[in-house]
Design a protein around this ligand. Structure first.
Ligand code: CMP
Length: 139
């Protein structure tokens, strides 16, 4: 099963992308596609459309367009639920010890990584970043 992760601009800017990738691979995820993207405002607005009415929407769009981010299609059994466990709670202050956000996130907004929240969302988010692309077969 596949899910989508985004290593966010705070983590890429701080040089933490490699450590986070190692963490994900050590947790059993295989990289099936990867793309370093500089999102436009329109793309970030579309990606986070579900949050449009939330007070953090504009700051979130501004943050997600503030620098390059690394989009990843990741494969593992039960990938969606397992990745959410591995990354931890949205707010790093509430994330369990050893989770990606507890280790690498700066704040609830600058929280290092995004992960799809359901299999339906994962399919939509993978298509958003990797449209019409064949995901690499595992060896
Ligand atoms: P993410 O998993 O990318 O999905 C939505 C993002 O909104 C979330 O991570 C946070 O980075 C960001 N965000 C900022 N403020 C809040 C908040 N108060 N509640 C939830 N998410 C927030």
């Amino acid at each position: 099963m596949l899910t989508l992760a985004i290593i966010k601009p705070d983590a890429v800017r701080a040089g933490k992308a490699g450590k986070i990738l190692t963490h994900l691979e050590s947790a059993g995820f295989k990289i099936r596609a990867a793309r370093l993207v500089q999102l436009t405002t329109g793309q970030a607005e579309a990606f986070y459309e579900v949050h449009r009415e939330r007070p953090f929407y504009r700051p979130l769009v501004a943050f997600m367009t503030s620098g390059p981010a690394l989009a990843l299609a990741l494969e593992r059994d039960d990938a969606v639920a397992r990745l959410r466990e591995v990354i931890g709670a949205t707010d790093p202050a509430e994330a369990k010890p050893g989770t990606v956000r507890q280790l690498y996130a700066e704040s609830k907004e600058r929280n290092a990584i995004h992960a799809s929240d359901s299999t339906d969302t994962a399919a939509r988010e993978i298509a958003f970043f990797f449209p019409g692309r064949e995901l690499h077969e595992l060896a």
